[in-house]
Design a protein around this ligand. Structure first.
Ligand code: TEU
Length: 556
């Protein structure tokens, strides 16, 4: 397998709006990130993924860009951005930006021109179609709104926006669009950024003719990925983009390709594929979204991806991000075993093959936040859900129950730096309410407590950076007959590591012969974990694991 710096990286995802507010306007900013660089260095991470900082009306918190060449003033200036890059680089931290090029904002100049008239030179930068039977051109549903088509009176046509009307889809079939995007990408690369996370990038090619989605009911709008995910020209477009941009720089790209299988990941991020350097895995989190927590399935999905992609393709790993619930709330325990499960998932994330991405706040084990009233919410997807359920006639409390579970605001709350007003994030009321009850979970207290989640992350990051087997080693699943247990080895040359995790809140027992020559415990969720001893006369070891206990060992 080819060794690369970005395979060995430990990345940290910053949601700038909620990271640190340096100028008292209630919104995080670039200077805030600069001020926290020492904190990030001490955590041990060496790559930052910055969620969108570009000029944007922020209808979808920056995933609706109105000018790719400027910084949203709420975050600072281009000079601040340059300073961040320079300061991060001085500390050996690489910086990757979010690249949102499936769509722009409806306030982008191209779209503003495009909507002026049917023969405007920019018309074909987007998808415009006339009504069909006095209705939308097809039955596609949008992610954040009922229909993916949005009517514009000015020219009596609809435009396509598969996320929302604020996010019109760019027409990648038009070579002019691609050329403009490549110039913009090169402009950023010339600035010295170290790569990109490509947003919703497997949506850029749509099935020609934009046919209706298959419908099994009489619903007016049908949600399906079939006609716009992994479309017919997607690989051609990505390769062309790569050749004209990334290939000329020592940078890395991570594709956000939802709904893919390991087979497809090999096409997008194969070792010899010439597309992206890595793609995020979402099968485990997508499964959660549909079916809720299922430990058996989580184990199965992770093992399958680890085994099938070894030596063939590289992935970006995350258990949470700005779209997902917090790790402890999704796969762990946000109550009694919050700290234990937060540590367990730190070990899980950092002992797998693939580049780990830590979402801000997970390093202190922040749980989800739930608000009582819809007024507290800011997420565009929460409003879609709220309005739909309202239309269906549900009562307020039942609606809010669902909004609390599904709104992406649950994980987007301001970072807890201290147990003071507004969690030390800002001196004024933040753009999204801090959960007062959770402020006891904060960086300052975590730094003080040697047994905290934060210190656990530090140790785990350090172990990963020092042991190439945790990055490149083969993943070998260890069979256990207990459902809550997950055990695997990572093997590279002479080095062999053993990870065992109890993903449940019940005691579990591991019986294994794998420690025949003995082992060293490198890190454990419960600090009083003793050395393992063989039962005399028996060839195996019996190991009792407490709720959410996880242990990393090096085999002798
Ligand atoms: O999200 C795209 C998206 O649909 C994911 O939420 C999807 O669930 C994932 O690929 C796994 O299936 C991206 C951004 O992350 C999100 O914040 C934006 O709202 C969206 O694109 C639109 O730009």
């Amino acid at each position: 397998m080819n060794r690369k710096w970005w395979k060995e990286a430990v990345a940290y995802q910053i949601y700038p709006m909620s990271f640190y507010d340096s100028n008292d306007d209630g919104v995080g900013d670039i200077n805030g990130i600069i001020q926290k660089l020492d904190y990030l260095t001490s955590l041990g991470i060496n790559t930052l993924w910055l969620c969108p900082l570009y000029q944007s009306p922020n209808k979808d918190n920056g995933y609706d860009i109105s000018d790719y060449y400027s910084i949203n003033p709420v975050y600072g200036t281009m000079a601040d951005m340059d300073e961040l890059l320079q300061r991060a680089h001085e500390k050996g931290i690489k910086v990757i930006m979010d690249l949102v090029i499936n769509h722009t904002s409806n306030e982008h100049f191209w779209f503003q021109e495009s909507r002026k008239s049917r023969d405007n030179p920019y018309r074909d930068y987007y998808y415009w179609r006339g009504p069909k039977n006095s209705r939308e051109p097809n039955n596609w549903a949008a992610f954040f709104e009922p229909s993916a088509w949005h009517y514009d009176q000015r020219t009596d046509q609809y435009y396509l926006g598969v996320f929302s009307g604020y996010q019109p889809d760019l027409n990648w079939e038009n070579p002019k669009v691609r050329k403009e995007l490549y110039s913009m990408i090169n402009w950023w690369l010339e600035k010295g950024i170290d790569g990109f996370r490509l947003d919703a990038i497997n949506l850029i090619s749509k099935v020609p003719g934009l046919p209706d989605n298959e419908s099994h009911s009489n619903e007016r709008y049908v949600f399906s990925h079939k006609n716009f995910v992994d479309g017919p020209r997607v690989h051609e477009f990505i390769r062309e983009m790569r050749e004209q941009t990334f290939d000329h720089y020592d940078v890395f790209t991570v594709g956000e390709c939802g709904y893919i299988t390991p087979e497809k990941a090999k096409l997008y991020a194969g070792e010899v594929g010439n597309e992206f350097d890595m793609v995020f895995i979402f099968e485990h989190t997508d499964y959660y979204k549909e079916h809720g927590k299922d430990i058996k399935k989580l184990k199965e999905i992770i093992s399958r991806w680890q085994t099938e992609l070894h030596g063939e393709a590289w992935t970006g790993l995350c258990f949470s991000n700005h779209d997902l619930p917090r790790i402890v709330s999704m796969f762990g325990d946000e109550g009694r075993y919050r700290e234990e499960s937060a540590k367990l998932f730190a070990m899980f994330l950092l002992t797998l093959e693939g580049t780990p991405f830590i979402f801000q706040g997970d390093e202190i084990g922040m749980p989800n936040t739930y608000y009582q009233s819809i007024d507290a919410y800011r997420d565009i997807s929460a409003f879609k859900l709220y309005n739909r359920l309202k239309k269906e006639g549900l009562d307020e409390e039942s609606i809010m129950k669902q909004v609390r579970v599904f709104s992406r605001d649950r994980c987007r709350t301001p970072m807890h730096w201290e147990n003071t007003k507004n969690a030390g994030f800002s001196r004024v009321r933040p753009w999204l309410q801090v959960n007062e009850k959770q402020m006891t979970i904060n960086v300052e207290d975590n730094l003080r407590d040697p047994d905290s989640v934060l210190h656990f992350y530090r140790k785990m990051i350090d172990l990963r950076k020092k042991n190439p087997a945790l990055v490149y080693g083969e993943f070998v699943l260890v069979q256990t007959d207990q459902e809550g247990l997950f055990a695997y080895k990572r093997r590279l040359d002479e080095d062999e590591f053993f990870v065992v995790m109890n993903l449940s809140d019940q005691k579990k027992t591991l019986i294994t012969r794998d420690f025949s020559k003995g082992c060293n415990i490198l890190l454990s969720v419960y600090h009083d974990r003793g050395v393992l001893e063989k039962t005399s006369g028996m060839p195996f070891i019996t190991m009792m694991l407490r709720p959410y206990e996880a242990v990393l060992m090096k085999l002798l």
